[in-house]
Design a protein around this ligand. Structure first.
Ligand code: NDP
Length: 243
């Protein structure tokens, strides 16, 4: 298993929720971590403070990952502050629960840009360094919505399903270059995204409760350490979708 000590990890959307737990878990594993947020600076600074308290290098970066300019800014700031990105966690995402008949093309475009296009843009930006160094980890946060449809909407489900296709391509293409790409597909993890969604309730989950963010972050660290798992989807969903 690979040592993550000193590796540079960029975790998008790590001001709160699942991303926060993943950023903290990578720091605990010894990584240097870029904490990223879109608008909640104070929460992101709180995560960064916890990481610095562990004596790990850390950087807090604001960027909108739905745009090329935002992604460029995020990657350049991370490289300048911490070094080249070796572990990329595409976690930033939005969910807009909407009645199907009310979803507009603008709603579709927004969800696809934030959840899926960001994943493509960020991966493309960090791949050259990973290839040069012959080591890299790409971890994409999809959703049970890609497998079952979910409780948000078709735009959200499609954005998450698209991440699986991206992951499969990168995993196969770079399998012999020391780069792995995998998906984590969670369901109903107790974050704002879930507690603010009236359609989400623990009764949907076979284990009978919402999941905890650290039940997801433990999987992210495991995937980063393991060079023989690639192209896989690891579901962390309380048994909702079974493979
Ligand atoms: P939260 O809503 O709690 O957090 C979302 C994070 O994404 C925040 O850090 C937010 O930044 C950031 N973000 C949102 N939009 C943008 C943007 N345009 N540019 C940059 N950053 C942005 O989400 P969760 O922690 O619940 O979810 C994390 C990921 O896991 C998401 O991709 C979600 O789809 C997925 N997921 C979650 C599930 C769950 O049960 N919670 C289930 C299945 C999948 P800021 O704080 O600054 O707003």
């Amino acid at each position: 298993m690979d040592d993550l000590n000193g590796r540079v990890a960029l975790v998008t959307g790590s001001s709160r929720g699942i991303g926060r737990a993943i950023a903290l878990a990578f720091a605990e594993a010894g990584a240097r971590v870029a904490v990223h947020y879109r608008s909640r600076a104070a929460e992101a600074e709180g995560v960064a403070a916890s990481i610095r308290a562990m004596n790990r290098a850390c950087l807090c970066v604001q960027a909108d990952v739905s745009t090329s300019a935002g992604v460029d800014q995020l990657v350049h700031a991370t490289e300048a502050g911490l070094g080249r990105v070796e572990i990329l966690v595409n976690n930033a995402g939005i969910a807009r629960p909407q009645p199907v008949e009310e979803i507009t093309p603008a709603d579709w475009d927004e969800i696809i840009a934030v959840n899926l296009t960001s994943c493509f843009l960020l991966t493309q930006a960090v791949l050259p360094t990973m290839r040069e160094r012959r080591w890299g980890r790409i971890i994409n946060l999809s959703s049970v919505a890609a497998q079952l449809g979910g409780v948000i909407g078709p735009h959200y489900a499609a954005s998450k399903a698209g991440m699986h296709g991206l992951t499969h391509f990168y995993a196969r293409r770079f399998a012999q270059e020391g780069i792995t790409a995998n998906v984590i597909a969670p369901a109903l993890i107790e974050t704002e995204m879930v507690t603010s969604n009236p359609n989400a309730n623990p009764g949907l989950i076979p284990v009978g409760r919402f999941g905890a963010p650290d039940e997801v972050s433990a999987v992210a660290v495991m995937l980063a350490r393991n060079g023989y798992i690639t192209g896989q989807t690891i579901s962390v969903n309380g048994g909702w979708y079974m493979t």
